[in-house]
Design a protein around this ligand. Structure first.
Ligand code: GLY
Length: 260
């Protein structure tokens, strides 16, 4: 049975001196997600497992490695979506949850809502039994060179798609700023009837350009994932004053489209 996983740790090149640890973390993330799929686990289990590894690594701008706000705090965002049911969950502006991607999944599975933010999201996560942290958990800025937002899309053996995204946002952001990552349709979108997509880059630009939903709809309309992503990046660059070199999208089409 066909199954697959794609992950990213942000757009742009990884600096040479960061190359080995960052690539090792990406390999661990792929292993975690791929093993889940190989054992017959769901695409949702796989993307959450893959993203949690990157959140814990401290090497990417998500989870432990998140960048700071303008007032030297941490405000993290994450989301998940299930392509079989179109259920989704997200958290925004959280600073006390160790793995925001797990909290996003808990919002989807154990609340009537899609997005919880701030203190309410943290209280919910604590009640769900998720691990909480203090600000000393984060890798301090002077010791790190975090790469970007992290994300994953997967197709499982039952033909179901899922996606997950997690980020610390943009460095020096205003407190309370929310980017594309926790917004369903922007930082990610999944529909078994089309495809799965996740975005990385400056959230304000991604939101203005229309985000990941456009990519999934382009795939549904017959474009390949590659064409759909290129179209989205072209659209984004047309809206922006300067050409973006640090914007990326990953997408996976639905199984039926990928079979000969
Ligand atoms: N794409 C991550 C952010 O702008 O928050």
């Amino acid at each position: 049975m066909n199954y697959s996983l794609a992950i990213h740790g942000g757009a742009g090149a990884i600096r040479r001196r960061d190359n080995v640890p960052a690539r090792a973390a990406l390999a661990r993330s792929l292993d975690a997600g791929y093993e889940t799929l190989k054992q017959g686990g769901s695409s949702l289990d796989a993307v959450v497992a893959a993203v949690a590894v990157l959140e814990d690594s401290g090497l990417f701008n998500a989870g432990r490695g998140s960048v700071q706000t303008g007032d030297a705090r941490y405000e993290l965002d994450a989301a998940v979506m299930d392509g079989a049911t179109l259920r989704a969950g997200a958290v925004a502006c959280v600073s006390r949850i160790r793995n925001p991607v797990l909290a996003a999944r808990a919002v989807m599975e154990h609340s009537p809502h899609v997005l919880l933010a701030g203190a309410g999201a943290e209280r919910f996560a604590r009640h769900q039994g998720l691990r909480m942290i203090s600000s000393s958990y984060f890798v301090k800025a002077k010791h790190k060179t975090p790469h970007g937002t992290v994300g994953a899309v997967a197709l499982d053996q039952r033909g179901n798609l899922a996606a997950a995204t997690s980020t610390g946002g943009v460095s020096g952001k205003l407190p309370g700023r929310v980017g594309d990552s926790p917004l369903i349709g922007q930082g990610l979108y999944v529909d078994n009837a089309g495809g799965a997509a996740g975005a990385t880059g400056v959230g304000e630009e991604i939101i203005r350009a229309g985000g990941s939903l456009l990519i999934v709809e382009a795939i549904r309309g017959g474009r390949s994932p590659q064409e759909a992503c290129e179209q989205a990046v072209r659209r984004l660059n047309a809206l922006a004053d300067v050409e973006h070199r640090d914007i990326g999208e990953i997408a996976r089409e639905w199984l039926a489209r990928s079979l000969p």
